[in-house]
Write a protein that binds this ligand. Structure first.
Ligand SMILES: *Cc1c(COP(=O)(O)O)cnc(C)c1O
Length: 293
């Protein structure tokens, strides 16, 4: 938005917590001219999930357009753009849907179409022009695509959607919820100073669980050690400054299973033990298994 010339007010919250509707209300009162609010639903990078319904109500009351990045929540938890008053909801297939990284989708509300239609600077004659798609695809009866589709991505998306339909969306969401609950419970039972990074369980994203390393243990080094025993495990250190203190267990897509959670906890426990911490990996696995249900 800044690159396109917009004035942007950032609402910054600590990485261990979600944003609240009250904070959004305050920011809107401070800057009443705001006419567009962009929110990330769940964030794999920090392990938080934000209360979209409550924030959406505040945004609607203010009268701004509401944009939601639901890339990391779609498939892992309910995403309800209409019920939440979301005007533009963007999703991707590469996280909880377990699909290809090359496709994304956006939903557009009537209000958003209206705003775009009166904007003389809205993109046109481009693959990325939503107005082009509306006029030449939706309004023209969805007969001829505007551009050559990325066929391999479409085939991968179709396969991914078939898998989700066969399993049932509710089951896919339940798998992610269980993976998050099990990872959190397992980390707490592991000991050794490892702690859930997101303080409130209710604010922890089902897509990925972030953990805080004990003081003196560098997260990136701990992850590197853990990956020696399980190179395929979905473990990574936090980005930027968080690489020192944050571990990400990316239990999404095909990795939202009890086995991956158990093996991740075991690998982290073993690595922590190598760093001199006292851990109980059997207790961690037991707690994870109980929390899964
Ligand atoms: C993963 C993710 C994306 C997509 O990021 P890529 O760099 O394209 O993989 C977007 N938004 C959120 C919140 C994400 O977690």
């Amino acid at each position: 938005l800044r690159d396109c010339g917009a004035t942007v007010h950032d609402l910054a919250v600590p990485f261990h917590t979600a944003a609240t509707a009250a904070q959004v209300r305050e920011a809107l009162a401070e800057h009443p001219e705001i006419d567009f609010v962009s929110l990330v639903h769940a964030e794999a990078a920090t392990g938080n999930t934000n209360p979209v319904a409550e924030i959406g109500a505040v945004v609607r009351e203010h009268g701004a357009l509401f944009y939601l990045d639901a890339v990391a929540s779609i498939g892992a938890e309910p995403v309800l753009p209409d019920a939440w008053g979301v005007d533009l909801c963007v999703i991707g297939a590469q996280k909880a849907m377990g699909g290809p990284a090359g496709v994304s989708a956006v939903s557009v509300s009537r209000r958003a179409w209206t705003r775009m239609a009166v904007n003389p600077r809205a993109p046109r004659r481009s693959y990325l022009s939503l107005l082009d798609w509306k006029e030449r695809w939706i309004d023209a009866g969805r007969k001829a695509l505007l551009h050559a589709p990325a066929q391999l991505e479409m085939l991968a998306l179709e396969a991914c959607l078939e898998r989700i339909e066969n399993a049932g969306l509710d089951a896919v969401i339940a798998r992610h919820r269980s993976a998050a609950a099990a990872t959190r419970a397992g980390a707490l039972a592991l000991g050794g100073g490892l702690e859930p990074y997101v303080l409130e369980a209710a604010e922890a994203a089902p897509v990925a669980t972030t953990l805080r390393t004990p003081s003196g243990v560098v997260a990136a080094e701990l992850v590197a050690k853990a990956l020696e025993s399980g190179p395929a495990l979905p473990l990574s250190a936090g980005g930027g400054a968080l690489a020192k203190e944050m571990i990400r267990v990316n239990h999404y897509g095909a990795d939202a299973t009890p086995e991956v959670v158990r093996e991740s906890l075991t690998a982290l426990g073993t690595a922590l033990g190598d760093f001199g911490a006292v851990v109980d990996t059997a207790a961690a696995r037991g707690a994870a298994d109980r929390a899964w249900g």
